[in-house]
Ligand binder design. Structure first.
Ligand code: NAD
Ligand code: TYD
Length: 352
């Protein structure tokens, strides 16, 4: 079986669902169910004997040691993290705890477990660390896209904590020989994306007739990848990746934020027209994010060349699927818009 941390979050849940759609190898999901984790994301697996869910913290060494004995995995896929830049600006402490201390705890537990393995089990074991392109910093308009050898220049508490975790993962390979792989991926979008991130927030606000907040001039560029393409990249790395190697994952889809927002408005105008007029009337430019990175772009040639991975979705197909999913799953959205969510919206947007 495989152990997936953070499997009740956005990408983790897509990964677990995708995994069990494409094979029968069991999955143990470990997730603390923070505000971002949602058991409903995995509701379709409720009676599936191939899936075990454990609510727990990656900082809890005793728990992880016990799980590794009770459910010995052939691989650990590590998604669990605090993942939202804006939240890291308002409260960085939790990012250091989970992303740095949590990754450290998991690495130590994995090292003890792997050291106790022998033969093919030891040879085949993998620790895959899921990271982000944000560790590389911000690009100018004409800079080349990030390759795996780009210097680390994290600018937000979130990206700094992820950079620290990447360094720990690297060192555990170099020093102890732990068979790790790391992926640094660009911005994901798709089903189960928590509506505090740009794309699901714009869809949710538009449908509620609320302002669509665009930070600064809206010309910051992100490189968007449909979430199931990220999942297939991780599967390719688990299958064929070389221990100690880093793979950048991206969709070759650089877009300024304002274009994303305009595209979402146009799709909603088509799929769920508002009698009051185009959703674009709700676009509102608001105060910029402090230290806002201007541009991210991923050079994904290494993973294509060495592992034969390429994204299956274009931006056009992926964004349409995403809007359709949100329109068809308004109950899911309503359930996550809890009191805690409303408090966050107040914290992040009231002063902008
Ligand atoms: P998310 O915030 O939606 O989910 C994170 C999950 O981790 C949640 O289910 C949460 O409950 C769980 N978690 C948090 N702290 C925990 C802890 N201490 N112990 C156990 N579980 C804990 O995040 P996401 O967008 O799905 O991102 C998953 C991973 O992918 C993260 O490591 C993130 O850095 C990375 N990543 C995300 C993106 C993106 O665009 N979202 C892009 C590249 C990389
Ligand atoms: P986000 O989804 O938070 O991802 P990240 O910061 O990790 O790239 O934001 C994507 C882009 O959208 C980023 O440049 C910030 C911008 N943004 C807005 O303009 N308005 C918003 O309300 C949010 C949440 C983000």
């Amino acid at each position: 079986m495989i152990l997936v941390t953070g499997g009740a979050g956005f990408i983790g849940a897509n990964f677990v669902l995708d995994w069990l759609r494409s094979c029968d190898e069991p999955v143990l999901t470990l997730d603390a169910l923070t505000y971002a984790g949602n058991r409903e994301n995995l509701a379709s697996l409720k009676d599936d004997p191939r899936h075990i869910f454990v609510q727990g913290d990656i900082c809890d060494r005793e728990l992880i040691d016990r799980l590794l004995v009770e459910h010995p995995p052939r691989a650990i896929v590590h998604f669990a993290a605090e993942s939202h830049v804006d939240r890291s600006i308002h409260g960085p402490g939790e990012f250091i705890r989970t992303n740095v201390n949590g990754t450290f705890t998991l690495l130590e537990a994995a090292r003890a477990y792997w050291t106790g393995l022998s033969g093919a089990a030891r040879e085949g074991f993998r620790f895959h660390h899921v990271s982000t392109d944000e560790v590389y910093g911000s690009l100018g308009p004409n800079d080349p896209a990030f390759t795996e050898t780009k210097t680390y220049e994290p600018n937000s508490p979130y990206s700094a904590s992820k950079a620290a975790s990447d360094h720990l993962v690297r060192a555990w390979h170099h020093t102890y020989g732990l068979p790790v792989t790391t992926s640094n991926c660009s911005n994901n979008y798709g089903p189960y994306h928590f509506p505090e991130k740009l794309i699901p927030l714009i869809i949710a606000n538009a449908l509620a007739g609320k302002p669509l907040p665009v930070y600064g001039d809206g010309m910051q560029v992100r490189d968007w990848l449909y979430v199931t393409d990220h999942c297939s990249a991780i599967r390719a790395i688990l299958d064929k990746g070389v221990p100690g190697e880093v793979y950048n994952v991206g969709g070759w889809n650089e877009k300024p934020n304002i274009e994303i927002v305009n595209t979402l408005c146009a799709l909603l105008d088509e799929l769920k027209p508002d009698p009051a007029g185009s959703y674009s009337r709700l676009i509102t430019f608001v105060t910029d994010r402090p230290g806002h990175d201007r541009r991210y772009a991923i050079d994904a040639r290494k993973i294509e060349r060495e592992l034969g991975w390429r994204p299956a979705e274009t931006f056009e197909t992926g964004i349409r699927k995403t809007v359709e999913w949100y329109l068809a799953n308004q109950d899911w959205v309503a359930n996550v818009l809890s009191g805690a969510y409303r408090e966050w919206v107040e914290t992040n947007y009231a002063q902008r």
